[in-house]
Design a protein around this ligand. Structure first.
Ligand SMILES: Cc1cc2nc3c(=O)[nH]c(=O)nc-3n(C[C@H](O)[C@H](O)[C@H](O)COP(=O)(O)OP(=O)(O)OC[C@H]3O[C@@H](n4cnc5c(N)ncnc54)[C@H](O)[C@@H]3O)c2cc1C
Length: 290
């Protein structure tokens, strides 16, 4: 497998520390870490991996890897999957393109509709998979179609056929290879103003100076998890070098050398206390990868 994929331009790493590939800076080694540069290599990878275990990773900004790492192959899309192009009021991009680059392209071309993506790190694939957004504004509103690889077959799925919901897209077990965003040409709309307001709010309310993976839990209907955690007096609590952020209760930060086990024990503590105090069962937003 290694020779075939290397000959197609893939970068194949063995025993790669996953802490180097996620915003939490936590995680043991993956047996293999493969960067796939184009569709030919992706098709070949899916053929040779066959029933082997693999996981598609974007920017790693919404995941927690285990301390033992991953027994199998972690895959990341690079090369042509990072390309972005504009055609009238549409932006076509690869699943590995950075969301921030897509937003910059939209601004440069006076295209509006992606403002909710401001300050969200990671890739287009990760954002569409998790229907990223802010409040009740989600990236799915701007999606026209998504190209995915599923069971060795390539499919084009329109927004209407996808099952977008809060932090949900229905693209489980798929590799998102391309996305078309349908935007609005609007030179008058103050997109930059809205984007910089979003960014300023993040700077004030999120612990951006410490490694983290964004919101740990989804907000239950009608509640803010951050506020519930604050009301339960859980902010600031530590387990090893992991800490429930003092700034935002729904963030756990790595104060330097935290283990996944530390983060998991804080997650369990929060779940238990919120259930006890408010009768609410919290659902995970971050993906725990073992
Ligand atoms: C400081 C901070 C603030 C954040 N704020 C927000 C916010 O306001 N709103 C929000 O929604 N999120 C937020 N996040 C979380 C995160 O940035 C987003 O969820 C982001 O869209 C994840 O993209 P990623 O490429 O990093 O995905 P990853 O973390 O790499 O992966 C997340 C999931 O997407 C899947 N995935 C990734 N790429 C693909 C692909 N090509 N095909 C299929 N599946 C794929 C993975 O398998 C995994 O299940 C924040 C994170 C941080 C660190």
């Amino acid at each position: 497998m290694i020779e075939t994929l290397s000959s197609l331009g893939c970068k194949v790493l063995k025993s790669e520390p996953l802490s180097m590939h996620c915003s939490f800076k936590i995680g043991g080694p993956a047996d293999f870490f493969i960067e796939i540069p184009n569709e030919l290599a992706l098709s070949e990878f899916l053929r040779v991996i066959s029933a082997g275990r693999f996981y598609i990773l974007g920017g790693g900004t919404n995941v927690l890897f285990s301390d033992e790492g991953y027994r199998g192959t972690i895959v990341r899309l690079t090369g042509s999957f990072k390309e972005i192009s504009v055609s009238e009021d549409e932006i076509l991009c690869g699943g590995g393109a950075m969301l921030s680059d897509v937003l910059k392209t939209a601004c440069k071309n006076s295209l509006t509709g992606l403002e909710c993506a401001a300050g969200i790190s990671g890739t287009v694939g990760g954002a569409v998979y998790g229907n990223a957004g802010r409040g009740d504004k989600w990236i799915s509103a701007a999606v026209k179609s998504v190209e995915v690889y599923k069971n060795l077959k390539k499919e084009l799925i329109s927004r209407e056929k996808a099952v977008f919901d809060y932090r949900k897209s229905g693209f489980e077990n798929c590799i998102i290879s391309k996305v078309v965003f349908s935007l609005k040409k609007d030179v008058k709309k103050d997109s930059l103003g809205e984007i910089s307001k979003n960014m300023q709010k993040r700077l004030e309310t999120q612990p951006l100076n410490m490694p983290n993976a964004g919101s740990i839990f989804k907000n239950p209907d009608g509640f803010s998890v951050g506020k519930l955690i604050e009301e339960a007096s859980l902010k600031g609590i530590c387990a090893g070098k992991a800490q429930i952020s003092e700034l935002h209760g729904n963030f756990i930060v790595n104060a330097g050398g935290a283990f996944a086990e530390d983060v998991l024990s804080l997650i369990n503590l929060i779940k238990e206390k919120i259930k006890e105090k408010f009768g609410i069962s919290l659902e995970m937003e971050i993906k725990i990868i073992k």
